[in-house]
Write a protein that binds this ligand. Structure first.
Ligand SMILES: Nc1ncnc2c1ncn2[C@@H]1O[C@H](COP(=O)(O)OP(=O)(O)O)[C@@H](O)[C@H]1O
Ligand SMILES: [Mg+2]
Length: 233
């Protein structure tokens, strides 16, 4: 479904992505793990088209999207839940959801999506900015679903979120993957979260994919200190 070859990107003169290659099959749940500044967000922004690819190729669903603008990629079914959530703080929860829609039938579809997010139902008329971090994260995911994606790119959904909602997020992502057959790419620094969800994990370091691991390998001390920057006794 997603095939990335030799992807390069830079900010000004500073190279950030240095030849990323990755393959994601339809229905897969793939994690990308790496610590701060390794290029995780830049990778997702380049996949979406918010950062131009300097070199390399991005195939989505068999189509070369490398030079397409973000809205065209979104229409093709590439969904994105950005780091920091980026909901509209001044709009109501319901209007935030409406912003995610492409085409007609918004109200019925909102009702359908809300079944996966019962926590948002009593909040529909509240301003997005008045929600907790966790609730905003759920809203950002729900809004992304409104665009009817086939594959969703998640950028650190657990960042700054209280543990009780992290558990709920695990459930939401599992349901999207299993019952709605969504393909998921999850970028994280949260090892436990990624180990619980992803079926395989790519380690990113300095803008390249260093190696691939099975989730159970993530907890090995050597892997932790070498690739994730976590030291555990
Ligand atoms: N808009 C930007 N302009 C210049 N440099 C940036 C910009 N965004 C990120 N960077 C730099 O690019 C590198 C990779 O950042 P990023 O992709 O956000 O990493 P991660 O998401 O893994 O923390 C970092 O060194 C960061 O400081
Ligand atoms: Mg980031």
């Amino acid at each position: 479904m997603l095939s990335v070859t030799d992807l390069h990107a830079r900010y000004g003169r500073i190279p950030i992505l240095n030849g990323i290659c990755l393959e994601v099959a339809a229905g897969e749940f793939v994690g990308v793990l790496g610590h701060n500044g390794m290029g995780k967000t830049t990778l997702l922004k380049t996949l979406m088209g918010f950062v131009p690819a300097e070199r390399g190729r991005i195939l989505f669903d068999g189509v070369d999207v490398t030079h397409e603008p973000p809205y065209v990629r979104a229409r093709r079914g590439l969904g994105y839940v950005p780091q920091g959530r980026e909901i509209f703080p001044g709009l109501s929860v319901r209007d935030n959801l409406r912003m995610g829609f492409v085409g007609r039938g918004a109200e019925e579809r909102i009702d359908g999506i809300l079944q996966t997010f019962p926590r948002l139902v009593p909040l529909l008329n509240r301003r997005g900015g008045a929600l907790s971090g966790g609730e905003q994260q759920l809203l950002a995911i729900a809004r992304c679903l409104a665009g009817n994606p086939k594959l969703i790119l998640f950028d650190e959904p657990t960042e700054g979120i209280q543990p009780s909602i992290i558990e709920e997020l695990v459930g939401v992502l599992q349901r999207l993957h299993q019952t709605q057959a969504l393909t998921i790419v999850l970028v994280e620094q949260n090892l436990e979260f990624i180990a619980e969800l992803a079926k395989r994990v790519l380690l990113i370091q300095k803008g390249t994919i260093l190696r691939e691991l099975q989730p159970r390998e993530l907890r090995q001390a050597r892997v932790l200190s070498e690739f994730v920057g976590v030291d555990r006794a």
